[in-house]
Structure formats: structure tokens, C-alpha cells
Design a protein around this ligand. Structure first.
Ligand code: ASC
Length: 135
């Protein structure tokens, strides 16, 4: 891992960067989830657009997990992200793969496809929270 200073002016900025990416992803993922769970009316265009943003955002947080930012700012990151980096990367890769599947499913334009893809994607969010995020 490169140092926080290489890409960010200060460690807090790395934390803010990754949290911002997760926040935008969660807002869009949540919108899709509400439709998949029947809590919001299904709108094919909103679903496809939101899932596409969630997929794109899923690629961004990882650059913010730089060395030197382990305990910076308002982070809830657990030390295991850095001490068990291989496991964290596997979880991150799995989440991105599920977001890609969700975005593809959302393009189909029917709520059944969305429902099928949503559960596995949500599981990857939760799995990472359980293992790598403090409550
Ligand atoms: C969301 C969101 C998460 C996941 C997680 C799934 O909409 O913001 O972090 O789903 O709650 O269990």
C-alpha cells in the first residue's frame, strides 16, 4: 500500500473519500432495494440508473484505504482491513461483482430480475460490515 500522503492531502481526506463513495453507493443501492422489496413502486428507469451509479461507485472506495488512514477522522474501519488485506480484497471484489450483476439485472426492466440480484448484493454489503466495520 502507498502512503496516504501520495494520493490525499491528509489521512482524514482518505477516510472522507471512501466514506463518500460508500454513501453515494448506499443511497443508490437503497433506492434499488426499496423497489426490489416492494417498498417503493417499480420504476425501470430509476432502477437502471440507480443500479448503474451503485455499480460505478462500488469501484471507488478502495483507493481510500491507504496506509496511514487506519484510525483517521471518523473512520469505522477495523484494523483487519490492513492486517488481513487479502480477505478484505476478496470481499471487495465479490461486492463489485454483485453490483455488476445488479446493474445488468436492472437493465432487463422487470422487477423479478431485480429481486433475484438484490439479495446476493445486499449480502456482500452486510458481510463486509460484519467483518471489517466497527458498529
Ligand atoms: C443497503 C445499505 C447497506 C446494505 C445492507 C444489506 O441498502 O445501505 O449497507 O443495504 O444493509 O444488508
Amino acid at each position: 500500500a502507498t502512503s496516504a500522503m501520495a494520493q490525499f492531502a491528509k489521512p482524514e481526506d482518505a477516510v472522507k473519500y471512501r466514506q463518500s463513495a460508500f454513501f453515494i453507493m448506499a443511497q443508490n443501492f437503497g433506492r434499488v432495494g426499496a423497489m426490489a422489496q416492494g417498498k417503493a413502486p417499480f420504476d425501470a428507469k430509476v432502477a437502471a440508473d440507480s443500479a448503474a451509479v451503485a455499480e460505478y461507485m462500488s469501484k471507488l472506495p478502495w483507493a481510500g484505504f491507504v496506509a496511514g488512514s487506519e484510525t483517521a477522522g471518523s473512520t469505522k474501519a477495523k484494523a483487519e482491513i490492513w492486517t488481513d488485506g487479502g480477505k478484505f480484497k476478496d470481499a471487495a471484489d465479490k461486492m463489485q461483482a454483485e453490483m455488476t450483476k445488479l446493474a445488468a439485472a436492472a437493465k432487463v426492466g422487470n422487477v423479478e430480475a431485480l429481486k433475484t440480484a438484490f439479495g446476493p448484493a445486499a449480502s456482500t454489503c452486510k458481510g463486509c460490515h460484519d467483518n471489517f466495520r466497527k458498529d
